[in-house]
Design a protein around this ligand. Structure first.
Ligand code: 13P
Length: 347
């Protein structure tokens, strides 16, 4: 294990005022996103869209790393530079999503388990050669009720996913790749913020137990957490300060201080909420770990809407994307202000 390399990678990923761009949508998810703006989901359109994102001016001022999908790590800029190489040359670390997606969990209707451990050791070796220095594995935890009215998530679902996340992490570290562990507690449903807090705490406590049992080096793991928010359909939406307080409370209860950093997913929050929540948590610091972003939708939605598959729209799309990256960079330092959003709209 090259702990020196992994220490450097992890530190750079969560450097002050920088976060990650999640651009690792599978082709299926990409199709959903492209459909929403009526763009055909061809390999070339996916390539062109990712090139738009990666070549955005000053991106490396705000973004330390990009999570790629397998296809994208093998694609090139229109000038023929492999994306991984291009990012690296421009001061951005390429990372790779390695889970094989979420699947229905046997005997647990309504719950999911992530697959993809088979053959992972070999894949990681290849990804390292292609330039990836960190990886991501996403598990999803659903809050709800099962057929007999019992609360979900079940212990079985939390435990199975935590176990897979720990096995994946061990394989990554063997390959000198920093694992991002992402147990996403979904915000879909009408559950209260209290239930989200409880499910998140149990999920993270179980995850760190598993990581410890499997002897994963906690100094070389990044947690990608969901924030403690109200279910999307709950009548009471917890305000920004409450989300920040509950999220930090859960993290402090469950996440070892040894971790080099915590990044957040946006999970379907509005762009501005994702920024405001991150900002509020950083204003409440000092915290035991750097807290930053690893957003897909909350960074990309504006870019996709501006682009709509038209080359002529690339500059406008890059401007909108750069703005969100800058806002989240400020939030990562606890220096964001809502007025900055209005000023940008007026400009
Ligand atoms: P969102 O920010 O859109 O939730 O995506 C983050 C991610 O990487 C999900 O795996």
């Amino acid at each position: 294990m090259d702990t020196k390399l992994m220490t450097e990678t992890a530190k750079a990923m969560v450097a002050s005022g920088k976060g990650l761009l999640a651009a690792d949508e599978s082709s299926g998810t990409c199709k959903k996103r492209f459909d929403s703006v009526k763009v055909e989901c061809t390999e070339e359109n996916r390539r062109a869209y990712r090139e738009l994102l990666f070549t955005t001016p000053k991106l490396s001022d705000y973004v330390s790393g990009v999570i790629l999908f397998d296809e994208t790590l093998r694609q090139k800029t229109k000038d023929g530079q492999p994306f991984g190489e291009y990012l690296n040359k421009n001061g951005i670390i390429p990372g790779i999503k390695v889970d094989g997606g979420v699947h229905d969990m046997a005997l647990h209707p309504g719950e999911k388990v992530s697959e993809g451990l088979d053959g992972l050791r070999k894949r990681l070796e290849e990804y390292f050669k292609l330039g990836a220095r960190f990886a991501k594995w996403r598990a999803v935890i659903t809050i709800g009720k099962d057929a007999s009215g019992d609360n979900l998530p079940s212990w079985a679902c939390i435990e199975a996913n935590a176990h897979a996340l720990a096995r994946y992490s061990a394989l990554c570290q063997e390959a000198n790749i920093v694992p991002i562990v992402e147990p996403e507690v979904l915000l879909d449903g009408d559950h209260s913020v209290e239930r989200c807090e409880e499910a998140t705490e149990k999920t993270l406590a179980t995850l760190f137990n598993e990581l410890t049992w499997q002897e994963v080096s906690l100094e070389h793991v990044i947690l990608k957490a969901s924030m403690v928010v109200s279910g999307k359909e709950n009548a009471r939406q917890a305000p920004v300060q409450e989300v920040a307080e509950r999220t930090l409370k859960v993290l402090k209860r469950t996440v070892p201080a040894a971790l080099p950093g915590v990044v957040f997913l946006s999970g379907g929050q509005t762009d501005e909420n994702a920024t405001a929540h991150l900002d509020a948590m950083n204003r409440m610091g000092p915290n035991p770990w750097p807290l930053t972003f690893s957003y897909s939708r909350a960074l990309q939605a504006v870019a996709l809407k501006a682009w709509r598959g038209q080359a002529a729209n690339v500059p406008a799309a890059q401007k909108a994307f750069q703005h969100r990256a800058r806002m989240n960079s400020l939030a990562a330092k606890g220096q964001w202000k809502a007025e900055l959003e209005k000023q940008a709209l007026a400009a």
